[in-house]
Each structure stands twice: as structure tokens, then as C-alpha cells.
Design a protein around this ligand. Structure first.
Ligand SMILES: Nc1nc2c(c(=O)[nH]1)N[C@H]1C(S)=C(S)[C@@H](COP(=O)(O)OP(=O)(O)OC[C@H]3O[C@@H](n4cnc5c(=O)[nH]c(N)nc54)[C@H](O)[C@@H]3O)O[C@H]1N2
Ligand SMILES: Nc1nc2c(c(=O)[nH]1)N[C@H]1C(S)=C(S)[C@@H](COP(=O)(O)OP(=O)(O)OC[C@H]3O[C@@H](n4cnc5c(=O)[nH]c(N)nc54)[C@H](O)[C@@H]3O)O[C@H]1N2
Ligand SMILES: [Mo]
Length: 751
């Protein structure tokens, strides 16, 4: 970071990674950790029987690189978690909560690891230390005081291990509620809903091997150079094997144009690999329009060349084709193309690539899920795959690229506000208690319930609820309306500073920490983005003797809360194998868990869509009819996406640069088309406010700087969480209720 704190706006990069990534990784880790610990942790990162990277959920290849199986942002994630600075009781005595609120997210993160359980008692100004015993007693008492268990909400962020997640949902259900909102609600929920309905499983169908064998990989709304850098080496390999790659994204993201693999000579000294053969910079939220245009064109071509569609697959494996085709052909091709902002020639190139190939994989990220029509986006992607018969066979299928390193596993373990009957039946069978059947609150529902004082106790297993959630001011009030807010956390964050009447911070171990119980080093397990379950074992001494492992924290809260429990919580945490034995009995696909997880590469969970056995109620893959975006814009409205910079992991800010987009030393920026800027009389660096008015509520953020950028006209981009105050709480996707944080109407005025 530059010392003078002045925002610098440079040209964006055309290429990602390279030697600079190696340099920055080392700089980041060595400024936070000793050389000895840095080496110790990096040598184990993503290695067989090593530490699963707490960064993204991209899977590890079978053959791990000898140069290290990690990326720049994985190293940053490790350095941030395992940093040697400590936010200890002395630190908390120095700063009042009010003073801490005035610090930036970056500063909060730099204060180091949490070391002691801390309490903010009613009407006090500072957090003070508390014993684990008293903290657990307070939680138990507050939970037992509630009139109804549905007056508590239990959030989970996706780094939680399978073991901790399983115990957490078990405790919450024994306590009597399904209020298990999860970070997935803000993330890939739209994928889960769309895929369950169309292909019978809410997860992706492909493996890494499929990507290596694909003929065409289409990447919608994803920025892998920042968020899943190891995906780029996979795409490089796929290209070497002959695959074509298409990127569909309003922004020209560096890694999708060119990748300099830091593990190869070509990447270090050569020109790198051009990744996207075709790059379509469509307008925000016009993916359905683009897909409909492409599919109409495919039908037109198929009149002469019927084999470009897989008629046999359509006839045998799918349902709903006629309704789908009929609705599709009601659309006017020209107006669809016009909506996308792309030229006919660009769309024809995509149609050509699709028409000529059979093995197609579609990848996607938040650019598809976080819209009001997020579920429609993904269902439309599935329609395209079904037309081509591109699912359930080698080299083809769906690839929603997951975020947090165990977000998929947490869901598999039963962290679900809408649990399946199968899960509830299994729990009833194994634990013999009456299950709460009514659905619980998702993230947005939980916030609304807290706001209206229907939920009075909030417990967060990891995460940063306040900063991650939409409508920051509303969410802040919601948390303040609670009697008790509890955060199980590794690092200090803003959610610890906007609290209920009483607040607790419970310091937790992270992935890198070594956990030894009765002389035996314990490991945990996680599931990656492609449904492979494997182990992760920490290597570093935890930051203090008062820091506890997540399963132990959950078990102790359960003991303090449940008067009677048929579960022997101490036995379970004595040895994590005991938890895994219970998981094996309860969750489908985990038979012989302890045996199978010993395999260094882990094991694959069942996945019907992968093998062409669609486990939908009609046993078919279902075509669907989907909606175009229907946002009504005023003449002076822009449509805003909120996205990630290269120096952040969600709400954790590693630094103030976004070097691929040319931004240094600042985050309060708005990327906009230069012609749009000119029309408003704005120049690079000008200070502006962004505001909107949904349901007669004015929302505004100030002090943003203009960055003229290569983005379609009418679209703007800002960073999350700074622009979250603009995302209305009730602007959510149909069916999945995911906040629409990639399409928010905003107006712009000079500050
Ligand atoms: N280093 C790092 N790694 C991370 C994270 C992190 O914050 N930092 N976060 C993790 C998590 S939880 C997640 S979910 C993933 C997120 O990974 P991504 O899904 O890559 O997340 P975003 O940065 O939100 O980027 C979304 C992309 O969608 C594009 N986009 C926006 N609107 C549209 C649209 O309407 N259509 C299309 N086609 N594209 C659009 C944007 O230009 C951007 O390139 O990454 C995970 N990995
Ligand atoms: N506007 C807008 N909002 C968004 C998004 C967006 O693109 N735009 N993206 C959404 C997405 S995809 C997601 S997934 C959510 C993320 O929402 P969250 O998962 O709630 O947020 P994180 O920033 O990942 O959480 C970081 C905190 O987790 C804690 N932590 C880290 N590791 C551990 C651990 O091992 N154990 C424990 N107990 N705690 C740990 C640390 O205290 C840290 O401060 O945000 C969502 N919000
Ligand atoms: Mo996410």
C-alpha cells in the first residue's frame, strides 16, 4: 500500500498472475508471519493429507504440483488467517466499540487473531474478557428464555468443517428450529434451486477431468483470476487439449483474456496463454436474452442440420421440450440481440462454436446468481446444455463454481433452512427426537425477523453477517434489535461492532491451526466444488490456549442449552472420528466415512446428473421457460453490479489494490463507461454519490471516485461491501431469495 493514501487509477491489465503474483504472495505472507511458519504452512497447502486452503472451493488436481498447489489469493487467505498479530484483551481495553466502528475493514483485519472469549455487556462501552463457561451459560440462558425456538437464528459461513456443521445443525434442530440461514443464501442458492428442479441435484455435475476433456467451456459471470485462480491452470490444460473457451461478462477480466502460469517457464518469461477465444461483453443481467437468441439461432440452423441438437437425448432423457420451444420462438430475435448490447456477428460466433461441438461445459459464478431472475439465468443455461445433450456424459455438464472452501459441504451436512424430508427422517431415526418441520429463515428472512423483533438471539458460526448482508443500515438495525448476538470467529470484523444488547465473540481455530485432543492430532473434512470429500489437518500452534475448535464450541453451547440430550457431546468431540461415524449413519453418501476419507485424495459423493440419472420427481432432465430481466429504468438510472477486488476475500480486506483493474490505494470507486461519464460531465477521479429509491426509501453512499472503464453503457460496477447500503433488503431472486446484488438501480450525482 502506498503511504500517501491517494487513489491511483491506471490502465487495467490484459493478463493475470505471472511472476508478480509470486512476489505479492511472498510479500503478503512474510509481512504477517515468520519465515518458519510461512514455509510450514505453504508446504502443506492443498497437498494430500495437508491443509485445505481456506480460500475458494476449487478442487485439487490428482497430481499436485511440486512447486506448491496454491495461488496468490490462497496465500493471502492463509496469511490473513495465520497472522501472528493478536487482537487480545489488552487490545479490546484500548478501544471502545465506538472507536472500533470508525476504523476501516482493512484496519480491523490487521489487528490480528482473536485470542479470548470477549463480552460486551449491556450498556458497556468496551468488550471485556469472559470465561468460556460463563459465555456458554449466558447463551444457554438467553436461548431458554425465548418463548419459541424460532426466535433464534443460527447463521453459518462456508468455511465451517463438515464435523462442526453437522454438530451445529444437530444442536439447532434439537433446540427446536430450522432457522439455519447460510452464506449460500447470498451466493449459489439460485444455482441450487435451479439445478435441483432441472437436473435433480443442487450441485454441479462435472469433475476436473471433464474440464480437461471438454470441447467448449463457456464461463458466465465469473472472475477466476481473483476468485478461483487455480481454475486458470485447469483452463490452460483444457485449451492444450483442444477446448475452446468463451467468456460472457460485462467486464473484461484479466485472467480470462490471458494467464501467465507462474509454474511454467512460458508463464514467467513468455506471453502466457490466451484463455478466451471469444469474449462477449454483454450488458448486466441480459444473459437470458443472449441465451434465448443463441437457442433461436440453433433451432434455425437445425432445420438444415438436425444433428447440431441431440434429438435422441431430448427424446429419451428430458421433459418439457415442446413448451420450452414454443415459448422460445415467441421472442423476437432482433430485440433479444439488442438487449444484450452485442452485435449479431459476436452472437453468430458463439452460435457457431456451440453448433459444432457436443461436449460443452458451462461454468458460472455470482454474475448469474445474484439477480432477481438469478434462478431463470441458470435454468436457461441448463436449457442450452439439454438441447445439446451436454450433461451426464464425459467432458460435458454444469459447473457452478462455488465460493467458500466448504460451503457445499455445510449444505450436505444439513445446514439448510428448508431441510429435505429425507434428512429430517434420518435425524429422527438416529436421534429419536421430534423434528421441527416448518421451514426456517433464510438470510434475508432472518434479517427481516430480527428487524421486527421476531428473532431475538443471533448466533453466527463464522462469517461477517452485517457486512455480507444487503441493506447495511437495515441489517444493522436488525442486529441491534436482538437481545444477544454471538459470533464464533477467527478475526475481528464489523459484525462484532454492531450488536444486540449483549454481545459475545467466541474465538475459534481456523483451518491452519493444529488441534490435538488426548495426544492425537485431529483432522476435519470438507467437500470441494465438485463433490469430493477429503481431509484437512492444521499445522500451526493456535494463537492462544483459550481459542477453541469449532466442534468443541458447538458441543459446549449445546450442553449449556439443552436440558436433556440423547447425544453425548463430550464423546463426540473426544475424537472427531466419533462425529464422522454419526455423519455416516445420517447423511446419504457417507457410508464408511472414516475409512474412505483415509484415501489421500478423498472420495466422490453420489451425483446423478454426472451419470445421466436425473433424480428429479419425473426422473427426467427438465426444460424450463424462463424470464428476461424486467427492470424498469428511468432515463438517468444505471444498473449497478457489486463485485470483488483482487485484494479481498468477501468482507475481509487484504489490501487496497485491485491491480488487474488498475486500481491502487482505494476501494470507494465506481467503474463506468467513459461516454456515460462524459454525459454527466464527470472526469476520472471526480467524487460522486450513488443513490436510489426503492419503495420510497432513499438509499445513498457518498465519496465514490469515478473510474472511466471498459464496461457497457448504462452499467456501473462498485465493490462489495462498500456499496451494500444500496442493495434493498427485499430486492431478491424469485424462489432462491438471493439478494440481487448484481443488478441494483442507481443514480449518480456529483458530491
Ligand atoms: N480472492 C477471493 N476469492 C474468492 C472470494 C473473494 O472474495 N476473494 N469469494 C469467494 C466466494 S464466497 C465466491 S461466491 C466466489 C465469487 O466469485 P465470482 O463469482 O467470480 O464473484 P464476483 O467478484 O462477484 O464476480 C462476478 C463476475 O460476474 C460478472 N457479472 C456481473 N454481472 C453480470 C451479469 O449480469 N452477467 C454476467 N454474465 N456476468 C456478470 C462480473 O463482471 C464479475 O466478473 O469467489 C470465492 N473466492
Ligand atoms: N453486495 C454484495 N454482497 C455480497 C456478495 C456480493 O457479491 N455482493 N457476495 C455474497 C457471498 S457470495 C457470500 S458467500 C457472502 C459472504 O458472507 P460471509 O461468509 O458471512 O463473510 P466472510 O467475509 O467470508 O466472513 C469473514 C469472517 O469469517 C470469520 N472466519 C474466517 N475463517 C473462519 C473459520 O475458520 N472459523 C470461524 N468460526 N470463523 C472464520 C472471520 O472472523 C472473518 O471476519 O457475502 C455475500 N454478500
Ligand atoms: Mo459466496
Amino acid at each position: 500500500m502506498k503511504k500517501d493514501n491517494k487513489l491511483i487509477i491506471n490502465h487495467p491489465s490484459k493478463s493475470a498472475a505471472g511472476i508478480k503474483a509470486v512476489y505479492i504472495s511472498l510479500q503478503q505472507i512474510l509481512s504477517r508471519m515468520s519465515v518458519k511458519n510461512s514455509f510450514k504452512v505453504l508446504s502443506k497447502l492443498n497437498q494430500k493429507e495437508g491443509i485445505d486452503c481456506p480460500g475458494c472451493a476449487w478442487p485439487d488436481p490428482l497430481r499436485r504440483s511440486k512447486l506448491g498447489e496454491f495461488c496468490e489469493n490462497g496465500v493471502k487467505a492463509i496469511a490473513e488467517e495465520a497472522m501472528e498479530r493478536k487482537a487480545n484483551p489488552k487490545f479490546f481495553s484500548q478501544y471502545s466499540v465506538k472507536e472500533l466502528q470508525n476504523q476501516s475493514d482493512y484496519w480491523l483485519g490487521q489487528q490480528g487473531r482473536l485470542t479470548h472469549p470477549m463480552i460486551l455487556r449491556e450498556n458497556e462501552t468496551h468488550y471485556s474478557p469472559i470465561s468460556w463457561e460463563e459465555a456458554n451459560t449466558i447463551i444457554g440462558q438467553e436461548l431458554n428464555k425465548l418463548d419459541n425456538p424460532n426466535e433464534a437464528a443460527f447463521y453459518t459461513s462456508g468455511r465451517t468443517s463438515n464435523e462442526a456443521a453437522f454438530l451445529y445443525q444437530l444442536f439447532v434442530r434439537m433446540y427446536g428450529t430450522n432457522n439455519l440461514p447460510d452464506c449460500s443464501n447470498m451466493c449459489h442458492e439460485s444455482s441450487g434451486v435451479a439445478l435441483s428442479k432441472t437436473v435433480g441435484i443442487g450441485k454441479g455435475s462435472v469433475t476436473l477431468d471433464d474440464l480437461y476433456k471438454a470441447e467448449l467451456i463457456i464461463i458466465f459471470g465469473q472472475n477466476p483470476a481473483t476468485n478461483h485462480p487455480r481454475m486458470l491452470s485447469c483452463l490452460e490444460k483444457a485449451k492444450k487439449n483442444g477446448a475452446k473457451v468463451v467468456a460472457i461478462n460485462p467486464l473484461k477480466e484479466a485472467g480470462l483474456t490471458n494467464f501467465k502460469n507462474p509454474q511454467t517457464a512460458k508463464g514467467i518469461i513468455g506471453g502466457g496463454t490466451d484463455i478466451a477465444d471469444l469474449y462477449l461483453q454483454l450488458k448486466i443481467n441480459e444473459d437470458v436474452a443472449l441465451l434465448k437468441a443463441v437457442m433461436i439461432k440453433l433451432f434455425q440452423i437445425s432445420e438444415q442440420h438436425p444433428d447440431i441438437l441431440d434429438q435422441e437425448f431430448i427424446n429419451q432423457k428430458t421433459a418439457g421440450f415442446n413448451e420450452f420451444k414454443e415459448e422460445l420462438l415467441t421472442h423476437n430475435l432482433e430485440s433479444l440481440i439488442q438487449r444484450t448490447g452485442l452485435s449479431i456477428q459476436e452472437i453468430d460466433k458463439l452460435v457457431d462454436l456451440i453448433a459444432q461441438r457436443k461436449k460443452i461445459i458451462t461454468c458460472w459464478g455470482m454474475g448469474l446468481t445474484q439477480h432477481v431472475n438469478g434462478v431463470d439465468n441458470i435454468q436457461e443455461v441448463v436449457n442450452l446444455l439439454l438441447l445439446k445433450g451436454s450433461i451426464g456424459k464425459e467432458g460435458a455438464g454444469t459447473c457452478p463454481v462455488r465460493g467458500h472452501s466448504n460451503v457445499q459441504g455445510d449444505r450436505t451436512m444439513g445446514i439448510a433452512e428448508k431441510p429435505s424430508k429425507e434428512l429430517l427422517d434420518k435425524i429422527a431415526e438416529n436421534f429419536g427426537f421430534t423434528q421441527p418441520k416448518e421451514h426456517g429463515y433464510s438470510v434475508v428472512d432472518a434479517i427481516t425477523a430480527m428487524y421486527h423483533q421476531k428473532v431475538k438471539v443471533f448466533i453466527g458460526m463464522g462469517g461477517n453477517f452485517l457486512s455480507a448482508a444487503p441493506d447495511t443500515n437495515y441489517t444493522s438495525q436488525a442486529l441491534q434489535n436482538c437481545n444477544l448476538t454471538v459470533h464464533i470467529s477467527t478475526k475481528l470484523n464489523r459484525s462484532h461492532l454492531t450488536t444486540g444488547k449483549t454481545a459475545l465473540i467466541l474465538p475459534s481455530m481456523g483451518r491452519t491451526d493444529k488441534y490435538i485432543k488426548n495426544g492425537k492430532a485431529q483432522f476435519v473434512t470438507v467437500e470441494n466444488s465438485m463433490g469430493v470429500v477429503h481431509s484437512s489437518k492444521g499445522a500451526l500452534t493456535p494463537p492462544s490456549e483459550f481459542v477453541e475448535s469449532e466442534p468443541v464450541i458447538v458441543a459446549n453451547i449445546a450442553k449449556a442449552t439443552l436440558q436433556q440430550s440423547r447425544v453425548n457431546w463430550d464423546f463426540l468431540t473426544e475424537d472427531y472420528n466419533n462425529i464422522r461415524d454419526l455423519i455416516a449413519k445420517t447423511i446419504n453418501g457417507f457410508e464408511n466415512y472414516n475409512e474412505r476419507v483415509k484415501q489421500p485424495i478423498g472420495f466422490e459423493l453420489p451425483n446423478g446428473a454426472r451419470t445421466g440419472n436425473f433424480t428429479t420427481p419425473n426422473k427426467k432432465a427438465n426444460f424450463t421457460v424462463n424470464k428476461l430481466s424486467d427492470i424498469a429504468l428511468d432515463a438517468d438510472d444505471f444498473i449497478m453490479m457489486t463485485t470483488r477486488s483482487h485484494d479481498q476475500f468477501n468482507t475481509t480486506i487484504y489490501g487496497l489494490d485491485d491491480r488487474y483493474r488498475g486500481i491502487h490505494n482505494g476501494r470507494m470507486v465506481v467503474f463506468m463507461n467513459s461516454e456515460d461519464a462524459q454525459k454527466l460531465g464527470l472526469q476520472k477521479g471526480d467524487k460522486i454519490s450513488l443513490y436510489n429509491n426503492y419503495n420510497n426509501i432513499k438509499r445513498q453512499v457518498d465519496n465514490f471516485s469515478v473510474v472511466p472503464y471498459n464496461i457497457p453503457k448504462g452499467c456501473v460496477a462498485t465493490y462489495y461491501p462498500e456499496s451494500n447500503p444500496l442493495v434493498p433488503i427485499n430486492l431478491t431472486a424469485h424462489l432462491s431469495h438471493t439478494p440481487s446484488s448484481k443488478s441494483v438501480k442507481v443514480k449518480i450525482k456529483k458530491s
